[in-house]
Design a protein around this ligand. Structure first.
Ligand code: COA
Length: 321
């Protein structure tokens, strides 16, 4: 028994921001950003929220799967950038799409969040708790990014992706691996709220994301290939069996490096980061949805999904679509 992705959906904010619009904010250039990251532009919220983008992506995923909202048993929202602490994003999705029979909660594993949520849904189905789930990855990181820090503001974009998954008797997810290393969490951290109460003195806090880009780069290059190979080992598949490696969209050079380390042709590593930047937990479901709608994913194909990010966290799964 396993779970299979039956429908996909995605949503992006209306406002597109090209590299040249960032050049006016920090000391950078379109050429530098393209060459060092592969990113040409991204979509930035001018009012869309994590929940509104997620709900739109979920509606599209349900429509794609041919399902009614009332049939959904579990809604998981992966995000590290909710606008408010309560209610959680998943409950807002539940209300917006009218999925009154679903239980709903959020998960935060930063850019690995979608994979961790997919793993949770898989475990719930395997445990017999539910038979289907709607999983969204949604971020509006633009409010946590320091638009005066050229090391981070060039990278991130806002958006959402969602998948509807169902229990299946064969195929679907074949192997899953996840890792977390809190000891090294400091290399990508921040985006906090100040402690304000009558008893707390003045506190240091980091309102924006701060990152040691080189460390994160090295972590991804080292850890993702190992994690992918572990997931392949669990699934009984080999690198050569995989039609598409759908990786977290952080940096073109990271994906190129991973393809080399895995010994797999770069043509099997689809990318959309040039258009959308790094959308964190939305990156993998957003790319899956675009690939599906372009007709590049068909039933029976073998895929690897793999993400990495703050935590530090990393995960991979191998599946038959
Ligand atoms: N424009 C122009 N120059 C920039 C710049 C920018 N936006 N950002 C950094 N630089 C400069 C640096 O100051 C440095 O200058 P120096 O040599 O005079 O000190 C030089 O470019 C090289 O910096 P470096 O940090 O080594 O660049 P890089 O090639 O590692 O690229 C990142 C920087 C952030 C693009 C890259 O490290 C990266 O993508 N890391 C992974 C980040 C990531 O994926 N985070 C999210 C994880 S989910």
């Amino acid at each position: 028994m396993s779970i299979r992705i039956v429908g996909t959906g995605s949503a992006l904010p209306k406002r597109r921001v090209e590299n040249r619009e960032i050049v006016g904010l920090v000391d950078t250039s379109d050429a530098w950003i393209r060459e060092r990251t592969g990113i040409a532009g991204r979509y930035i919220s001018t009012g869309e929220t994590v929940a509104s983008l997620a709900a739109q992506a979920c509606r599209r995923a349900l429509e794609d799967a041919g399902k009614q909202a009332g049939e959904v048993e579990l809604i998981l929202a992966a995000t590290c950038s909710p606008e408010e602490a309560a209610p959680c994003v998943a409950c807002r999705i539940q209300k917006d799409i009218g999925a009154g029979n679903a239980v709903a909660f959020d998960l935060n594993a930063a850019c690995s969040g979608f994979l961790f949520a997919l793993h949770t849904a898989w475990a719930y189905v395997e445990a017999g708790i539910c038979k289907n789930a709607l999983i969204a990855g949604s971020e509006v990181l633009s409010k946590l990014v320091d638009w005066e820090d050229r090391g981070t503001c060039i990278l991130f974009g806002d958006g959402a992706g969602a998948v509807y998954v169902e229990k299946c008797e064969s195929g679907g997810i074949l192997g899953f691996v996840m890792h977390a290393d809190g000891q090294r969490g400091g290399v990508l951290a921040g985006g906090g709220r100040q402690l304000i109460n009558p008893w707390a003195g003045r506190q240091d806090f980091r309102p924006f994301l701060e990152m040691d880009g080189r460390e994160v780069f090295a972590f991804a290059l080292r850890q993702v290939p190992v994690t992918v190979e572990e997931a392949l080992g669990k699934s009984g598949l080999a690198t050569g069996d995989i039609d598409l490696f759908v990786l977290h969209q952080a940096n073109r050079r990271i994906i190129e490096g991973i393809s080399k380390r895995l010994g797999a042709d770069l043509a099997r590593f689809p990318m959309n980061l040039e258009q959308v930047g790094n959308t964190s937990s939305a990156a993998i479901p957003l790319l899956l949805d675009q690939l599906r709608r372009q007709g590049r994913i068909e039933r029976g194909m073998h895929l690897v999904l793999s993400g990495f990010g703050a935590g530090l966290t990393c995960g991979a799964c191998a599946m038959e679509w």
